[in-house]
Design a protein. Sequence first.
Length: 173
Amino acid sequence: MSKILIIYSSVHGQTRKICECLQKQFIALGNEVVISCLAECPDLADFDKIVLGASIRHGKHNPSVYDFVTQHRAILDTKITSFFSVNLVARKPAKNTPKTNPYMLAFIEKSEWQPNLLQVFAGKLNYQGYGFVDRNAIRFIMWLTKGPTDALTNIEYTDWDKVDIFSREFSGL
C-alpha cells in the first residue's frame, strides 16, 4: 500500500474529473489517496507517490504547473511520480501518446522533469460551458483541425479504459 498524492490544474473540470476517477481506482487497489488542486497542495514529503495532471488552455499548460515543478523539483526527483496532460489534440490517434502529443513533448522539454510515468488523455469539448472568447477560439481551432464546430457540441473524448490502465500501471510502480 502506498500513500499517493494526486495534484491537478484544471480549467473546465475534466482534469479534476480524471483525477477523481484515479483516486477511486487507487483506493480500490489498496492505496491511501489524497487529491488536491495545485494551489492547495499539501506537503509532498508526506507521500510515497505523486501524480500531477494538467490541462491545456490556449495551447499551453498553466504557468503555475511549471512553477510548481521548479519549486518542488528536488523532492519530486526522490519520489515515484507521474505526469499526465489533458488536451483535445489527444483525441487524434496520431497524437494520443506521450511520445506523439505536442503538449506533452513541450512540457517535458520546458520543465526538464523526468517523471516515472507519462500519459496523455483526451479532454472534453463543451462549447456551451465556455465563455465567449474561449468558445470562439476553440471553434476556430477545431475548424482548422477538422474537428466539430457546432456551438451545441458537448463531447467527452476521455478514454476511461486508458485512465484505468494508467491507474494500474502507476499503482504497480
